[in-house]
Structures are given as C-alpha cells and as structure tokens.
Ligand binder design. Structure first.
Ligand code: 5AD
Ligand code: SF4
Length: 472
C-alpha cells in the first residue's frame, strides 16, 4: 500500500497558501491588480495533470495568470525528461528569462517535474542558470506552496528533488483546463525499466491510488458537469498490484462505468505484457469505455524488443492485438514506436514496418531514439547513422499515413457522437471535437454547441482528421 502524505503535512502546505495569499492581497490592493503567474508544460498527460495542480495551488494563493513572460511575476516550467529535445527547449527558455529578469529582479523562476529529478540537470541549472529561484521534482509537487514562499523570501535557490518517499498526495488544489473532460491519475511511477526510458528513475516505483480516492474524484468531477474521464498512469494495467485490496484495473474501470453522469471513459497507457483478457472483456462490456486502445509496441524486431527489456515478442504482441480485434471488432488502435534504438539495423526496422502493416493502427506516435543518461541503453553503440535513422523515420510516417487515411475513409457515411471541444483554429464557424475513437471531427455549427455531445455524419476523411455535418 502506497504511503499517503498526511493530513498534517497537507495542512502545513495550506498554511503557506494562506501566507502567500495575504501577501498577494496586499500587493493587489497597492497595485490595482493581482500578481501574475505563468505555467508552461512539457511532455505527457501526467505532466498536464500536474500543472493543473500547480495552477490550482497558485490560484488559491491569489495569483492571476498570464501567457506573457514579460509580465509574469512567477514562472513555473513543468518539464519532461523522456527525450533530449524537450530538455533543450527548457534550457532555451531559461536563457530568454535571464534577460527579462535582469530588468525585473523580483521575478521568481521555478523549474519542476521530471527533468530536474535528474541530478546532472539540477547541477547544470545551479551552475549555468543562477537566475532560477526554485527547483522541485515530481515527488515534491504538493510542497510547492512552501517552496515558493521560501523562494520569494530567501535570496538563494530553493531546491527539493528528494525522491526517497514517493508518498501519494490526495487533495492538492486543482484548476482544470476543461469543464467537460478531465484527467484522473490512478497510479504514479513505473516498475518496467525499459532500457531506453528515464521514467522509472524520475517518477519512482508504481504507486496506486485507492479505488475510493479515484471514485471520489470522478464523482466530484461529474457533480461539476464533467462527463469524459481519462484514467491516467504510466502502466495502468498494473493498477492495484500494490494495494491491500484485490481490485485491478479492469475492476476499476467497471466501477467508473457504474457512476451516473459519466459518459465516456478513456485510459492510458497500457503495457502489452500486462494486457489481460479480463481487461479486454471490461473494455468490450462497459458501454461508456471508448472502443480505443493505445498499446505501445516500440519496435517489431524480437532482438530489439529483448534489448529494450519489453518482455514480449512480436508474435506475443500480434496475438494480443488479434484477440482484441476479435473481441472488440470496432476497436481503434494506436501505438508508440521508437526509431533508431542503438542496435537497430535496417532489417530490424523492417520488422517494425511489418507490425504496422499487420496491425493497421488508426494512428501512431513515433519518436527518434534519444539517449538518456543513466539508462542501460545509453551505453550501447549505434549501428545506423543519423541519416539512415531519419530515412527510416520518414519511411515509417509514409507507411502509416497511408494506413491512417484508409482507416479514416472507412468512417465516411457513419454517424459519430462528437464531444465538441471548441471552434477550429482556422475558421470561427467550424467546430472541432472528438468522436468515441478520439479522432478529430470538424463540422459547421454554432458556438453554443461547445461542450455538448452532437451526432455528426462523416462526409470526408483526411489523414489526421474527419469532416462531417450535423446529422438530422
Ligand atoms: N527516446 C525516444 N523515445 C522514447 N520514449 C521513451 N523513452 C524514449 C527515448 N529515450 C517514447 C516511448 C514511450 C513514449 C511515451 O515515449 O515510445 O512509449
Ligand atoms: Fe518507460 Fe517502459 Fe515504463 Fe513506459 S513502461 S514509462 S516506456 S519504462
């Protein structure tokens, strides 16, 4: 059973929120406006969800929000460590903030999340980016009010990257981005140690929230008008293994399915080795669970899968996919692929293309391998050149784009229930939303339909989206 942050510890943080609020109210009375905070998120949905908590704490502490770093009094970057380019972007941003801070000495700059949970990164920040006031890791999120208070008052960088306890903090304030759709974390961390991946090192071991805590959060969301729930975890299929009760993820989604007011349930991410028949049955039988499965394969070659420490073969994976397709014929499938794992040869890569052609995913998320210090794969030498890896990456996209387009074409003529997210980026009169399988659907309609479920007849298919019209 995961340790919980105690009520006393949470109360202590609340007292810091009150201290910040008092100061901020005084500031607002003197200046005619509240202090402004800016948050920026890199990486996965878990990070998006963590930023919603950061904004929740900031709002309770009396901050307003801005997107303009020239105006922000507090800037918090919630960072990602999965690939190097996300880290480089943050360092680039910190460089720009240095100049802004030279003009505005009271500005407080904070960097948090996965990236700073790595010691070499925190050392670099301390050495090269002395203008950063606050550094805290994924385990210290709940302590942000205290750390921010100290960063404002102490004239030295406040750092908390302790990863020793990893206790779960319930009831951190939250400011959700969307009224209708919400992420709900069901577990944190990962025990899989895939050889390329930094996540287990920066997010710690798997810890499940209790079913009671998850259900209570979903019920509260529904009471506020939210109806689409996305259950989140690095590997949701091992949900519950660390709990005292014998509830697993299949049981949990059935519990959420029973909650009145929930219309749609999504979840991610599933590890193929842990995808059980029981879970496949639950997806098939629960009317609110979207018929959509994200099942990262990463690579097609058995040699590479072994070196990645994925614990399944290409044949095991394809057999699971066949089982899923048979049990849930209308399932929409997606996956993650890494191109250019160090020991990957051209022949190995062909095996990945073969998986794409056999499975026929609706869409894929593909990444070029990024070396992560401290992971076992970081020690391996590369077989292919950068150029060859990029060629393979482009080939992968080419093969998949053709499949995605074909899969989308099968939707033409169907009526799909779409939850309307907003107006399209390019055209105010076009609405955009997502259907059950999470495909983007654009159609003409009035803004008043935002936040509603609308039946849309699909008229046209593109590679990345569908067009349609409101069904009579
Ligand atoms: N390089 C490239 N992609 C990676 N991923 C994880 N680690 C790396 C890495 N070192 C990808 C995997 C994972 C997704 C979230 O990010 O495909 O499923
Ligand atoms: Fe990383 Fe593998 Fe865990 Fe996914 S399952 S977070 S790829 S270690």
């Amino acid at each position: 059973m995961a340790k919980l942050i105690t009520k006393e510890q949470m109360a202590e943080q609340e007292s810091y929120i009150m201290k910040l609020k008092e100061e901020n109210m005084r500031y607002a009375a003197q200046n005619g406006h509240a202090k402004l905070a800016l948050t920026e998120t890199y990486g996965c949905q878990q990070n998006e969800n963590d930023t919603e908590r950061i904004r929740g704490m900031l709002r309770q502490a009396g901050f307003d929000f801005t997107d303009d770093s020239n105006k922000a009094d507090v800037v918090i970057y919630n960072t990602c460590a999965v690939r190097e380019n996300a880290e480089q972007k943050v360092f680039g941003r910190l460089g720009i903030l240095k100049h802004i801070k030279e003009e505005r000495k009271d500005m407080v700059i904070g960097v948090c999340g996965c990236m700073v949970q790595q010691e070499h990164i925190t050392e670099k920040i301390k050495k090269v980016h002395e203008h950063v006031d606050l550094v805290f890791g994924t385990h210290a999120l709940y302590k942000m009010p205290e750390l921010l208070y100290r960063a404002i008052h102490e004239k030295k960088t406040v750092v908390d990257i302790d990863s020793s306890d990893g206790a779960i903090a319930e009831d951190i304030p939250i400011m959700r981005d969307d009224d209708k759709k919400a992420w709900v974390s069901v577990m944190y961390g990962c025990n899989n140690f895939c050889s390329y991946c930094i996540v287990p090192y920066v997010r710690g071991r798997e810890r499940s929230r209790t079913p009671e805590a998850v259900i209570a959060e979903v019920k509260e969301l529904v009471a506020r008008g939210c109806s689409e729930i996305a259950l989140l975890g690095q590997n949701v299929n091992s949900y519950g293994k660390d709990l005292d009760t014998d509830v697993d993820f299949a049981d949990l989604i059935r519990m959420v399915n029973d909650i009145e007011g929930v219309e749609r349930i999504r979840f991610m991410t599933s590890h193929p080795k842990d995808l059980s028949d029981k879970l496949i049955d639950a997806i098939a039988e629960c009317d609110k669970v979207c018929k959509q499965l994200h099942l990262p394969v990463q690579a097609g070659s058995n040699k590479i899968l072994k070196e990645m420490n994925r614990k399944y073969t290409k044949e095991d994976y394809l057999a699971k996919i066949e089982k899923v397709k048979k049990r849930i014929p209308n399932i929409s499938l997606s996956t993650d692929i890494i191109v250019g794992f160090p020991t990957e040869t051209k022949e190995d890569f062909e095996e990945t293309l073969d998986v794409l052609r056999k499975v026929e995913y609706d869409n894929i998320f593909s990444f070029i391998y990024s070396r992560r210090e401290g992971t076992p794969a970081a020690k391996l030498d590369f077989v292919l050149t950068d150029e060859e890896i990029h060629e393979n990456f482009n080939k992968l996209l080419e093969v998949q784009n053709e499949i995605s387009k074909r899969k989308n074409e099968a939707y033409v003529g169907r009526v799909e229930k779409v939850l309307v997210d907003g107006v399209s980026k390019n055209d105010e009169t076009t609405l955009s939303g997502r259907c059950d399988s999470s495909k983007i659907v654009n159609f003409k309609g009035d803004k008043s339909l935002i936040g509603k479920y609308i039946d849309v007849r699909i008229t046209e298919a593109h590679t990345w989206s569908l067009n349609g019209e409101i069904a009579e």
